[in-house]
Design a protein around this ligand. Structure first.
Ligand code: GLN
Length: 425
């Protein structure tokens, strides 16, 4: 039944398939020659389940999507006080590569612009460039759940052409922000930007943040919750640079973009999104990436300020009434991620029943996305030669285009199930 969600994802991706606006990054040749039509979309739920659509296996360089992860690593290793002494948390309203420090404090305004990101790379402990970078690569790999590597050509080009970043690093040295040789610190930063990922890697990395620092694949804790909270905060306020206000209003997910064409977005407690589409707007964000995130957020109800409560323990209880009929009692707020979980549970368990009855009388609130998904449940079950009913005494499903049988009481649903099973012989 995961195919219901899969269809949503494919549909949303298809809606944007023909958007051809934007331009490839061209400050280095490697980025200017990628296929502009590539378009990958991935979703990782908090339990590690992955949905993929389009070019989700195509690799591209992570670029600035790396910044929140290196910031988190610095926080993890040296603590917030030491990091705060070197990097602020105020949105700059400037382009990502602005040569600037905060006027008053003389440190970079935030860790999402290059000045702050180069400083963050300098704060990751290590005995030298290789050691420090290894730590970064290992950390990203753990978040992504697979071993990542570096695109050596992009790295060489970044290093050869990085005048702007060099200007930033030397400025930072002059203000006493960078300890150590600026070129060696830049070397770490350039390598970090040149790590290759897929949209699925980004979704997994985002889901690690969504789970408060626990990687969804293996359940290992990679960051402290306080580090994640701080990282997500700067992603909200600064992740999309001078477009942060638009992004938060329209999409409402902590996020980070990169000039390689990637965007990672996080719905705390619920899921991570990864998108890849390399045509960029003038601020350096993937045009289709922004649009598809906006559509996803709107149609699945993901805006973080409209999701007041987590929906993890949606299934309160399940039991067999008689052989072949299983009742699932749902409770709490039923939102996209909760409904997705319910559908996947049904799919997993459908070998054990002929009819599933979802009892939703204890559900406090159900949003449109969840309603649509429950409404589509029957169609999916029918394809597996099963059936699904809903017990909905408060008419919470009333507005849905219902193809599923809805009953006012459990007894009525059970009677219908018994009849169905009798007629099926
Ligand atoms: N490598 C790029 C730079 O440092 C990354 C910038 C970005 O992705 N916004 O300029």
């Amino acid at each position: 039944m995961a195919e219901l969600v899969q269809r949503y994802l494919d549909q949303i991706r298809a809606e944007h398939a023909d958007d051809g606006d934007g331009a490839l990054a061209d400050y280095i040749p490697e980025l200017a020659t990628v296929d502009p039509d590539r378009f990958g979309l991935s979703l990782s739920l908090a339990d590690g389940y992955i949905y993929e659509s389009g070019d989700a296996a195509v690799e591209f360089t992570i670029q600035s999507v790396s910044k929140p992860f290196t910031y988190a690593l610095a926080l993890e290793h040296i603590g917030a006080d030491a990091v705060d002494a070197k990097i602020g948390v105020e949105p700059s309203g400037e382009a990502f590569n602005e040569i600037s420090v905060d006027e008053r404090t003389k440190i970079p305004k935030n860790p999402m612009i290059n000045a702050g990101a180069i400083t963050a790379a300098s704060l990751v402990p290590g005995t030298g460039v290789d050691d420090r970078f290894e730590r970064i690569l290992e950390f990203y790999s753990a978040c992504a759940g697979r071993e990542l590597s570096v695109d050596e050509d992009v790295y060489a080009s970044e290093k050869a052409t990085g005048a702007r970043n060099r200007a930033i690093a030397y400025m930072l040295q002059s203000f006493g922000v960078l300890d150590g040789d600026p070129d060696r610190i830049l070397d770490v930063y350039f390598r970090q930007c040149s790590i290759t990922v897929t949209s699925t890697d980004l979704a997994r990395m985002a889901a690690t943040l969504a789970r408060g620092g626990v990687d969804p694949g293996h359940g290992r804790r990679l960051m402290h919750p306080a580090v994640v909270q701080r990282t997500l905060s700067v992603m909200v306020t600064c992740g999309m640079y001078d477009a942060a206000g638009d992004w938060v209003s329209a999409v409402g997910l902590p996020a980070k973009s990169g000039v390689g064409g990637g965007i990672a977005a996080v719905l705390p407690g619920q899921l991570g999104i990864g998108v890849y589409s390399p045509l960029l707007d003038e601020k350096g964000h993937s045009v289709r990436g922004v649009r598809v995130c906006r559509s996803l957020s709107e149609s699945l109800g993901l805006h973080f300020l409209s999701v007041p409560r987590e929906s993890r323990s949606t299934i309160r209880a399940s039991y067999d009434v008689e052989s072949g009929v299983r009742v699932y009692e749902l409770h709490g707020d039923l939102l996209f991620a909760g409904a997705e979980r319910v559908l996947r549970t049904l799919e997993r368990e459908c070998v054990d029943f002929d009819v599933a009855i979802l009892e939703i009388s204890r559900v406090d609130d159900i949003d449109d996305a969840a309603r649509r998904m429950l409404a589509g449940m029957r169609e999916s079950l029918r394809r597996l030669d099963k059936d699904g009913y809903i017990v909905d005494p408060d008419a919470a499903m009333a507005d849905a285009e219902v193809t599923v049988h809805v009953f006012a009481t459990l007894d009525e649903a059970l009677a219908a199930a018994a009849q169905l099973r009798a007629s099926d012989g």
